[in-house]
Design a protein around this ligand. Structure first.
Ligand code: ZN
Length: 153
């Protein structure tokens, strides 16, 4: 019988795993090509308001991406440059991380202490998260209606 694989450690920072099992991380973020020993591969730091780094809040809003070649690096740079920066998205990520760290429930003062956010920023982060859920549910409902899966009404 094969050795059982350990589940991923939720406390572990992405990229901190030295196991060879995380080959998924060694691909071009633009085309999915394997990077391997590609001498043209590039790593870049891009701004991304959805990037939250557990335990390293100074890194929040920054994401490391990799490309297999300069053209794909340029494409990724353009993609992230075009992505709107949303403070509320960043706050939402921090709030949900803080709640998760406390086992799924937390009081507002605890969230503020854990995230460094003001109560108003926490509130706006939660609203942003809820708004994104409503939008996602609406898109699913519209797609199902268009596919004839749901009955109208
Ligand atoms: Zn590529």
């Amino acid at each position: 019988m094969d050795e059982a694989e350990d589940p991923p450690d939720p406390q572990q920072e992405p990229g901190e795993n030295d196991d060879a099992d995380d080959d998924w991380a060694d691909i071009c973020d633009h085309c999915g090509a394997e990077i391997g020993d590609n001498p043209n591969a590039l790593l870049m730091l891009v701004r991304d308001s959805s990037a939250i780094h557990i335990g390293h809040s100074e890194r929040d809003g920054k994401r490391v991406v990799q490309a297999c070649c300069p053209d794909h690096a340029a494409a990724l740079r353009a993609e992230y440059a075009a992505r709107p920066w949303r403070r509320r998205e960043l706050w939402a990520g921090k709030v949900y991380w803080a709640i998760d760290q406390r086992g799924g429930t937390a009081k507002l003062p605890q969230i503020c202490a854990d995230t460094g956010l003001s109560p108003w920023q926490v509130h706006l982060g939660v609203l942003y998260h809820d708004w994104r859920l409503v939008c996602a549910r609406h898109r699913i409902r519209v797609a199902r209606l268009r596919a004839g899966i749901d009955r109208a009404g």
